[in-house]
Design a protein around this ligand. Structure first.
Ligand code: HEM
Length: 290
C-alpha cells in the first residue's frame, strides 16, 4: 500500500513523468521518510546533531545525504517546470503562486509526509477490517456508493490519526473545565468514533451506517480533523482508497486464515496495524467489475 500511495504522490502531487527520476525517488523517498521520522534522530539535542553533521555513518549524516539527493531532483524538477508552466498536478498549481523554489519544495515534502503513509495505513486497515468481516467483503467491489461507505466506515472504526491538537491562545471553556492559554486541547478522534450514543455497537464494522443519511453523523466523523486546519488531502485520500480497493478486489479474491483482529500500534501520530496480517490471494477469473 505504501508503494502505491507513494506512486500517487509522485505523479499527482510532484507531477514527475521521467522514468529515471521516478525510479530514483521510489528508492530515496521511503528511506528519507523513515530516517527523518525516526524518534532517535528527532530527540537528539541540536548541538549533538550538528556535531555529527559531517560524519557519513551517523544517522544524521545519512539523513543529510539522502535529503541532498532528493533536493537535487526536486529543485531540478521545479526549475524545469518553471520553464514550461502548466500541468494539472499540485506542483503546477504551486508554481502559479508567489512561492519561491525553497517554499515550493517544502510544500511538496509536507504533502508527501502528510499524504503518503496516512493513506497507506488507512488502506491497510480497510483491507484488514474487510478480511475480518467476510460478509462485507463478499459484497465488494459492488457499486461506488457502497465502496464509499466501506472507506468511511474503515476510517471511523480504525482512524489513522488519533487526535487533532490545537494550541489554545486564549482561555477556553470546555464543559466544566477551563483550559488555560498556552495549553494544548485535542479532540481524541479515536474516542469520538467509539461513542455509542452516536455510533451504535461502535466496534462493529458496518458500512451500512453511511448509506442512508450519510451526513447524519456530522462532526462525529472526523478522521480528517476539522475546522480551519481540516486535512487538505481528504478528497484525494478518499478517492485513492476507493480506486485502490476497487482495483484490488476486482482482480483478487482475498481471505485471512486467522480471524483475530489486528492490534493497533502507535506510530508517531498514527495508529497502524501492530503486525503483518497473513492474507491468501487468488486471481478472480474473469476480473469482476462493479
Ligand atoms: C487517509 C488518509 C489521511 C488521513 C487519515 C489524514 C488525516 C489528517 C488529519 C487528522 C489532519 C489534521 C487536521 C486537523 O488538525 O484538524 C490532516 C492534515 C493535513 N493533511 Fe491529511 N490525512 C490523510 C491524507 C492526506 C493526503 C493524501 C494529503 C495530501 C496529499 C494530506 C495532507 C494534509 C495536510 C497538508 C494537512 C495539514 C493541513 C493544515 O494544517 O492546514 N493528507 N490530515
Amino acid at each position: 500500500m505504501q508503494e502505491i500511495t507513494l506512486e500517487v504522490i509522485l505523479r499527482l502531487v510532484f507531477g514527475i513523468r521521467d522514468d529515471r527520476r521516478l525510479d530514483r525517488l521510489r528508492v530515496l523517498l521511503p528511506k528519507l521518510i523513515e530516517i527523518g521520522g525516526s524518534a532517535t534522530l528527532m530527540m537528539l539535542p541540536p548541538r549533538v546533531r550538528e556535531a555529527t553533521r559531517r560524519l557519513p555513518f551517523t544517522q544524521y549524516g545519512r539523513f543529510l545525504r539522502l535529503r541532498t539527493a532528493v533536493d537535487e531532483i526536486l529543485f531540478d524538477e521545479i526549475g524545469r517546470r518553471r520553464a514550461e508552466p502548466g500541468g494539472t498536478d499540485v506542483l503546477g498549481r504551486l508554481l502559479e503562486t508567489e512561492l519561491g523554489d525553497q517554499e515550493v519544495r517544502d510544500e511538496l515534502i509536507t504533502l508527501l509526509i502528510a499524504g503518503h503513509e496516512t493513506t497507506a495505513t488507512g488502506l491497510a486497515w480497510a483491507f484488514e477490517r474487510l478480511l475480518r468481516t467476510p460478509d462485507v467483503l463478499d459484497r465488494l467491489p459492488h457499486d461506488e456508493e457502497y465502496l464509499d461507505a466501506v472507506v468511511k466506515e474503515a476510517l471511523r472504526v480504525r482512524p489513522v490519526v488519533f487526535e487533532a491538537p490545537r494550541l489554545v491562545d486564549a482561555p477556553l471553556r470546555l464543559g466544566d473545565y477551563e483550559v488555560p492559554a498556552g495549553w494544548y486541547a485535542a479532540p481524541l478522534i479515536a474516542l469520538i468514533h467509539q461513542d455509542p450514543s452516536i455510533w451504535p455497537s461502535p466496534e462493529e464494522f458496518r458500512p451500512e451506517r453511511f448509506l442512508d443519511g450519510a451526513d447524519a453523523h456530522g462532526k462525529a466523523w472526523m478522521p480528517f480533523g476539522g475546522g480551519r486546519r481540516f486535512c487538505v488531502g481528504a478528497q484525494l485520500a478518499l478517492l485513492e482508497m476507493r480506486v485502490i480497493l476497487r482495483e484490488v478486489l476486482g482482480r483478487l479474491e482475498l481471505s485471512a486464515p486467522d480471524p483475530a483482529p489486528e492490534a493497533r500500534r502507535l506510530k508517531l501520530v498514527t495508529l497502524a496495524p501492530a503486525k503483518l496480517t497473513r492474507v491468501s490471494a487468488r486471481a478472480r477469473t474473469p476480473a469482476r467489475t462493479p
